[in-house]
Every structure is written in C-alpha cells, then in structure tokens.
Design a protein around this ligand. Structure first.
Ligand code: GDP
Ligand code: IMO
Ligand code: MG
Length: 429
C-alpha cells in the first residue's frame, strides 16, 4: 500500500485541490509540506465551494489534516481560514488538524517587505501574492525565523523579535516603508499563542506511527514544478521547492515514504504573475480559455494568463519532479475548439531545444514549436467514464501521454468533486 504525493506540473492552479479532495476519500491523512497561504485550492462539493489556502484539502472529507514543517504559517491567516471554513460547516479542531511545532511563522513584517520590494522592482516585479512567503523562507534559512514552538517561550519570542526587527526595519526603512514596533508584535504573538499551541506537535512522530500502522498518507503540494525555486522559471518562482522530494523533508519523513508521485496538469496552460510563458495566447483563443476556464486567481483575483498545453514543459516537470502519473484537468474547457496545439519544444535563436533552458534571457526568447491536432465537437463536460469521451478527445490525451513520457492516470471534466475519471488508483501502485 503506497502513499501518494500530489504536485503541480505547470505554474500552479492545475486543480490540485480538487484532485486531493477526490483522492482523500481513499486516504487516512492529508499533509501539506511546502508553501503557505500563497496557495489557493478550490473544492466544489455539491452547492458548496471551499477555498483553502493553508488547510489541507482532506479536511473537507473529515480526514486528519497535517501542516508540515516545510510550510510557512501566517497565524492570523490560519485562524481566519479556520473560522471561515467552520462557517461553511467543516470541523477543524486540534483533533482534526495538527501543525508541526518546528514550522516557521509569517509575521506582518514579511508581507510588508514582500510588497515594498515588489513596488521597488517596478516593471521587473515577480508578481508575488504579497503574502510574505519569500521573506519568511529567507528568515528561516537565515536562522532567525520565529517558529510555532517559540510561541510557548515568551523569552525566546522577545529575543528573536529583536533580531528580526534589526534586520527588517533596516530594510523597510531603506525602501521607504513604515517600520514595525516590537511591543505590539510581541503582545499579539502572546495573544495568539494559546489559540495556536493546542494544534502544535512534532508531526513527524504521528506520521511515523501512521506509516508503521499502514495508514495511507496523501501529500498535498502547493504551487508547481515551474514555480520551484530550483527547477522553475527563476527568478519568477516561489520561494520553496515544490517537487515531490520536498514532501519528505517538509514533513519529517524519509524519501521512501513519499510513494507514488501524481502530477497535476491542465489540458491547456495558465500562469499568474510575471515570467516566461512560451505558449501564451494573447489573442481571442487565450481570452476564450480564460473565460471558459474561469481563470481568475483564487488568492489574488488576478486574471490568469492562458495558453496551449506545453508538452515540452510538462515533460521537464515529469523528469525533475519525479512524476509517475499525470492527472489531466479541465479537459472540458477545450470542448468545441476546432483546432488544438501542443507545444513540443522551443526555438531559441537558431537552436532547437526539447527543454526550457535555465537562463533568463534564453527563457524569455523561447519560441514554441507546435504540433497541431483537430479538436472535438462532442462534450467531455461532466464525463465520469472513458467511454463517454469523444474519440478525438481521447486521442489528445494519448498524444499528451506520449509527449510528456508519463501515463494519464486520472482525468477531471468539471470543477465538481465526482466529475472525475480514474484510470489507475495511485494508492495501488
Ligand atoms: P489548485 O491551486 O491547483 O488547487 O487549483 P485552483 O483551485 O487554484 O484552480 C483550479 C480551478 O479550476 C478551480 O476553480 C477549480 O474549481 C477548477 N477546476 C478543477 N478541475 C476542473 C475541471 O476539470 N474542469 C473545470 N472546468 N474546472 C476545474
Ligand atoms: P497554488 O497552490 C499559482 C506565484 C505568484 C508569483 C510567484 C511568487 O494555488 O497552485 P509568492 O507569493 O509565492 O512569492 O509568488 O508564484 N504563485 C502561484 N501561482 N498558484 C499558486 O498556488 C501560487 N503561489 C504562488 O503568482 O508569480
Ligand atoms: Mg490555486
């Protein structure tokens, strides 16, 4: 019996939340292992729509949710999200949610620095979510982060705030942004401590016990391989490793525990924020995909950029992310299009490449090489079995499998939980 890790194979918003929610019916525990409330995972269950940023998507199935040490946690955002989903009828208590005591916290000064730096970058901005993700990970690596466990030690909090403020206020001042005052931050953290500490524990221990007892663990990735800080379109990336290997370090488990790696990809491609996007469509077809796919950021509300499926890019994500099977989502958005294109490589200067190179200028100059396919006239919307799919839609899926060098093991045909076609159960692999 394997565990499963779900990761994005493009630039995020592939439908990880929907797929994790669907697979969670077969799992015992759902664990987040990286990212923070920059993520926005949408679950549609009947008439309810849940938008989760920090909470593991398994909570909508009543499964135990764990936030691993690799996640950066904004306490205010977490508590607000808990209240919001409780209002929608979900149960979130210290019995159903556990949080790594060694996870790093995001404070208001991180979001302030994130935004001040983006403003200063002007037309070179990354297009971050402005939620302090980058600065929080920087502090973690720089060994000055405040962690969940510090909330139980007022002296530690006080000492760490001195160091943090020395660093951040210097930067904020230099950027012309308002500085932060220690006492207000300390008082607020001490107020939040009794609300958060009941959730905190060494989650690695619970996960180890669960693993030994044969429980099924589902690792829920945020962002995607092309936003990975090493493997993505750097510097237009997020500040964590998003590949499946992170599921181990980000929870306190060994690499062998991660299990089957399921990559999620849209049947076309989208991106929020700045950065290279070779198959981007800025014409009417791009607008059509955006309208039909309701491509607005869950977190930012910004319109997502849309383009053709880039098979060369997903192939690269399959390789560096260790993806063993692909869940293809939003096939229904392509219904009725006369002609479809698949990116199969890039032309850069006089050179032809099958992968996106690392250099910034090379990435920006990459022109896609396309293969054209006929579309289908029938509907895939809401299909729950393969036999319901038009023959040409199946052909499109098969061609993607060949090009990305990974099997499509799951298909999603609408936002609704059950409009899903399973080819191969990843827990049985
Ligand atoms: P995530 O960040 O990867 O979890 O994805 P988001 O939730 O941010 O964005 C995916 C959007 O597509 C959400 O609004 C989903 O409800 C929706 N969605 C997911 N799967 C499908 C699908 O197969 N078809 C359609 N039309 N929408 C889908
Ligand atoms: P989910 O989990 C799409 C993008 C931002 C920006 C870059 C860096 O819903 O797929 P950050 O705030 O992380 O420093 O921003 O990464 N980004 C996402 N794009 N989906 C996400 O999450 C994203 N999380 C961050 O738009 O370009
Ligand atoms: Mg999202």
């Amino acid at each position: 019996m394997a565990n499963v890790a779900v990761i994005g194979a493009q630039w995020g918003d592939e439908g990880k939340g929907k797929v994790v929610d669907w697979l969670a019916s077969r799992a015992d525990i759902v664990v987040r292992f990286q990212g923070g409330h920059n993520a926005g995972h949408t679950l549609v269950v009947g008439s309810q729509t849940y938008k989760l940023s920090l909470l593991p998507s398994g909570l909508a199935r009543g499964k135990l949710g764990i936030i691993g040490n690799g996640v950066v946690i904004d306490p205010e955002a977490l508590l607000a999200e808990i209240e919001r989903v409780r209002g929608q009828g979900l149960t979130v208590t210290p019995q159903t949610l556990r949080i790594a005591d060694n996870a790093a916290l995001i404070l208001p000064l991180h979001a302030a620095l994130d935004r001040a730096r983006e403003t200063a970058r002007a037309d070179r901005k990354i297009g971050t979510t402005g939620r302090g993700i980058g600065p929080a990970y920087e502090d973690k690596v720089a060994r000055r982060a405040i962690r969940m466990c510090d909330l139980a030690e007022p002296e530690t909090l006080s000492e760490k705030l001195d160091e943090l403020l020395l660093h951040h206020n210097t930067l904020l001042q230099g950027l012309g942004a308002p500085v932060f005052e220690k006492q207000a931050l300390l008082d607020r953290l001490l107020e939040l401590a009794p609300l958060l500490l009941p959730y905190a524990e060494p989650v690695w221990e619970r996960l180890d016990e669960a693993r030994r007892a044969g429980r099924r663990i589902l690792f829920e990735g945020a962002q995607a391989v092309m936003l990975d800080v090493d493997h993505g379109t750097y510097p237009f990336v997020t500040s964590s490793n998003t590949v499946a290997a992170t599921a181990a370090a980000g929870t306190g488990m060994g690499p062998a525990s991660v299990g089957f790696v399921l990559g999620i990809a849209k049947a076309y491609c989208t991106r929020v924020g700045s950065g290279p996007f070779p198959t981007e469509l800025t014409d009417a077809t791009g607008a059509l995909l955006g309208d039909r796919g309701r491509e607005f950021g869950t977190v930012t509300g910004r319109r997502r950029r849309c383009g053709w499926f880039d098979a060369a890019l997903v192939r690269q994500a399959v390789k560096v992310g260790g993806i063993q099977g692909l869940a293809l989502t939003k096939l229904d958005v392509l219904d009725g299009l006369k002609e479809l294109r698949l990116g199969v490589g890039y032309r850069i200067g006089g050179e032809t490449l099958r992968h996106l190179p690392a250099g910034m200028r090379a990435q920006a100059a990459a022109e896609p090489i396309y293969e054209t396919m006929e579309g289908w006239s029938g509907s895939t919307h809401g299909a729950r079995t393969w036999v319901e799919l038009p023959a040409q839609a199946l052909k499109y899926v098969r061609r993607i499998e060949e090009l990305v060098e990974a099997p499509v093991t799951l298909l999603s045909t609408s936002p609704e939980r059950d409009d899903t076609i399973l080819m191969r159960d990843p827990f049985e692999d």
